[in-house]
Design a protein. Structure first.
Length: 298
């Protein structure tokens, strides 16, 4: 009999939730960057090991919504919680819980599901320094387990799977055994491009970026043509995205193409355009057009 578990990956922006998702499924399916609020939609990652299937739901980092897109992200966190058997609460070794983390735990508590705390980035701190964080977590919530991990190096991940074992239930699989994610190839491609923009841009510009794939066509195992439009929020941002003499856009294109070729296993011909859509993050129809609204968000 096969076993199944659905897990939500939750936590503040930038703690490494998407890096963890990529580590858990063993492929890069979610964009990762040092900018808070990298993830905008719930991303499903699937791992099937023999008779066991793990369905991980990566969520946007919780922050106070500041626009319609933010409200939508908060809604996705709430709906995710009601869809899972277990929550992975991801944090960092910062000595104590932060306010938004307390609020998030209060929300998780209502769900009455087992919660495992993961203290991520333990590769970047000295081990003794983690002890106060373990204490703080143990006092804050009756976690099923508290595990120091590194999404970057894989440390602690085996221990996590050990803890999940007794929580798994006998059930048919939710996905095919070779499934990796519920994201379409187009979405994966647009996120790979947006990720490169997040790394290349600073200040408020990257948060107002959306990438929409307009063309995705393959010449049978030869060449994958991908055409993408980069939308920015203000006319003044357009020049920044293009860069001096087109330098920034060119660099982004080169890096994105490397990732796209590695993922799709084909040569990629990538074309990028930049357009402006004023304040799209407050325009529900554009949020939907840009693929940032899921069918089950009302
Ligand atoms: N040293 C170290 N850095 C990490 C680790 N995990 C993630 N990072 C870095 O932390 C930053 C944020 O990672 P993300 O995975 O995008 O974080 P997130 O929690 O998904 O962020 P949001 O999507 O904004 O909520 C990136 O620069 C990662 O490279 C880790 O285990 N060790
Ligand atoms: Mg993320």
């Amino acid at each position: 009999m096969t076993k199944l578990i659905h897990l939500a990956i939750l936590g503040m922006p930038n703690v490494g939730k998407s890096t963890l998702l990529n580590r858990l499924v063993g492929e890069k399916i979610a964009a990762v960057s040092p900018k808070a609020q990298t993830t905008r939609t719930r991303i499903t990652g699937v791992l099937t090991k023999g008779e066991r299937q793990y369905v991980f739901l990566d969520t946007p980092g919780l922050l106070k919504p500041q626009n319609r897109l933010g409200e939508q992200m908060a809604k996705q966190i709430r709906s995710t919680l009601s869809d899972v058997d277990c929550a992975l609460f991801v944090t960092e070794s910062v000595g104590k819980l932060r306010r938004p983390e307390e609020a998030l735990l209060a929300r998780i508590r209502e769900q009455e599901i087992p919660v495992i705390a993961l203290i991520n980035k333990c590769d970047a701190v000295n081990k003794a320094g983690i002890l106060p964080m373990i204490d703080a977590l143990a006092q804050a919530y009756p976690f099923a387990a508290i595990i120091p991990v590194s999404a970057k190096t894989g440390e602690g991940i085996d221990e996590l799977f050990d803890e999940l074992e007794p929580l798994m239930e006998e059930s048919p699989f939710s996905f095919e055994a070779d499934a990796l994610t519920d994201q379409s190839e187009r979405t994966l491609a647009s996120e790979m491009i947006r990720e490169k923009l997040l790394w290349a841009l600073s200040d408020e510009v990257p948060h107002g970026i959306a990438v929409v794939i307009e063309n995705f066509s393959s010449e049978r195992g030869h060449l994958l043509h991908i055409g993408a439009v980069i939308y920015c929020e203000k006319a003044s941002h357009k020049g920044i995205v293009i860069g001096k003499g087109g330098a920034l856009l060119k660099e982004v294109g080169i890096r994105a193409r490397e990732d796209l070729e590695a993922f799709f296993g084909e040569k990629v011909d990538l074309s990028l355009w930049v357009r402006v859509k004023e304040n799209w993050r407050d325009r529900p129809s554009l949020i939907a057009d840009f693929g940032l609204k899921r069918d089950d968000d009302e």
